[in-house]
Design a protein around this ligand. Sequence first.
Ligand SMILES: Nc1nc2c(ncn2[C@@H]2O[C@H](COP(=O)(O)OP(=O)(O)O)[C@@H](O)[C@H]2O)c(=O)[nH]1
Ligand SMILES: [Mg+2]
Length: 178
Amino acid sequence: MSTPRIVLFGPMGIGKTTALRSLCGEAAVDCDVPNLDIASHEKATTTVGADFGIVHMEGGEELHVYGAPGQDRFGFMRQWLLSFAVGALVLLDANDPTALDQAAQTLAEVQKYAPDAACVVLAARPASSGTLDRFAQQLAERCGQPVPMLAVDVRERTQMFDALELLAALLPDEDFAG
Ligand SMILES: Nc1nc2c(ncn2[C@@H]2O[C@H](COP(=O)(O)OP(=O)(O)O)[C@@H](O)[C@H]2O)c(=O)[nH]1
Ligand SMILES: [Mg+2]
């Protein structure tokens, strides 16, 4: 069995690199460089290329995690990452009015390039249960099927492991020892 690989998706600043650090600790390799696109998002660094980290699971297995770059021009890289992924975590802020479109587009991309991959949506910013329910329902309508969704704080290691566990539960046993 080859090492299972999963990909993190989400807009700039949602917490992909943070999530990867929570999962991998210091072993995470990130590709953050100074952010020249301050108009879109006011943060000092942004991700180019793919973040990468190795997660050591409880049973001793390894899981490789990649953070997908979100910018349109990096579509080729997302497709390449998906070509060997068994799962995808889609990070979003359910309060963000653009999140539904973005998530639907990401899930369509995953469906196209990794049709067998499991997907979990991670609500990565606090939102009311009404907002989360409404979002899940609208996303299910857009995708034609329900998509598992979990609210997490990506800075919390245990919550990120909960997310991996949910993803693992959606996969056939041979893909993921988790
Ligand atoms: N308030 C809040 N801030 C967060 C959260 N996750 C990440 N951040 C902060 O948001 C900023 C961007 O996160 P980063 O992981 O670089 O986002 P990326 O662009 O998706 O890789 C960092 O300064 C993080 O400390 C979160 O769950 N809540
Ligand atoms: Mg990043």
